[in-house]
Design a protein around this ligand. Sequence first.
Ligand code: GLC
Length: 527
Amino acid sequence: MTVSPAESTPWWKSAVFYQVYPRSFADSDGDGVGDLGGIRERLGYLEQLGVDALWICPVMRSPMADGGYDVADPRDIDPLFGGLAAMEELIAAAHERRIRVTMDLVPNHTSSEHAWFRAALAAGPGSPERARYIFRDGRGADGSEPPNNWPSIFRGPAWTRIVEPDGRPGQWYLHIFAAEQPDLNWENPDVVADFEQTLRFWLDRGVDGFRIDVAHGMAKPPGLPDMAKVDTKMLVHDDHDPRFNNPGVHDIHRRIRKVIDEYPGAVSIGEVWVDDNVRFGEYVRPDELHLAFNFRLAETSFEAADIRDAVENSLAAVAPVGATPTWTLSNHDIEREVTRYGGGAPGVARARAMALLELALPGVVFVYNGAELGLPNVDDLPDEVLQDPVWERSGHTERGRDGCRVPLPWSGTAPPFGFTGGEQSWLPIPAEWADRTVEAQLAQPGSVLALYRTALELRRTRPEFAADGLEWLDGNADTVTVRRPGGLTCVLNASNAPIALPEGELLLASGPLADGALPPDTAAWLV
Ligand code: GLC
């Protein structure tokens, strides 16, 4: 699916991407873990939902210490997900339905089971094998203190001391994430060349682009200085954190972009946890990433002022460099929006309203699997099923991200709700989700799924969505009203009382109107 040179607007400019967390989407082989065959079997569902592209979280060979973000071989698919043949079949089947496929690549680190890391452990200090990672001698007389004070994002220190081949306690290696995810040394030409090979490997197999994990990582500051203030919050994005957003990262992105540009139509999307608008915008300059996730909306509560602020800042970050804005309400690392907005029926109503607002904005939208079903977080998973490395690394004080990764309920009246033909899903699905299955929602005209399907169809087909740009219309302090140049108005009521609808023909509302007025926790599209 290449784009002809005559087509000047790239396909992704206003695309809706559907994020598949593969372990949790659908299982085709009965082992309780989702896989690529499961995605292929559900392509009809995705086509009817109306998404343009998939972002599939990592499916490469992995011991799964961090759900696949610990990659042992970046140019092979893990047997858990069906192996390389299953990926090739999925790409072909998705393309037949005009759905593009993007993969998640992890350049910042490998698995500790990667052949390179094993070789580095065996080869000893000062070897070329060690130089592909970030090994240092420890501090203190006997080297028993870590080389600096950096914490891991997943808690505990960012350094682990190894035992040298001769049996003595030895050097330390850096891992910004889990100990099973050693950071690569991007100053080493082997690392650069290998990543380019990986890009080409998948692009040659027809993938339409990549989500690039920790795209603000990779480059490290010279001398690896201590952090001024040690903050151990997960996925922190303090712009002065020396672990991330170092200037050298931009050369890395330029090199990646050169390879991607050899494949017309391919897109790169960076995970960029950078708050400052100017520094965020640097990642999407014309010769770097095509797109970068802006997480402001995904971190915002259901308060009109905060929502406006998130939208304004996301637009402001990309405008100076002429890049396309991106929107997302949740992903596999953060609390689901239904829960963030208060949970229960109000949480669902607000998530529905925010979906309409998000889909009314110019740019690219990412829908995290299960958002279209209005799923909440599951915050009472039994301790013994938790798998996020944060649970162990925090000494069982923080439960981590499993609560937003519970498998999707497809059909039937009891867990595992058609997710797997086996008896159990890898994380248990709550029995209360019986009324949220895809099957149940397809039968309910007012379901969250029905709303998403209608909204995506309107967004795709109505001319009012075509032109970029956004104007803020006056509303009261607790409402958000935006207008697109093509004539679409979206109004969201975050106040406690119904409000009058603006002028125009009602195209879609996220919930029932009350005597012609827009109730609280509701949004509407008008033309
Ligand atoms: C990114 C991923 C997250 C993963 C981490 C380490 O933040 O989204 O799931 O744990 O990178 O690869």
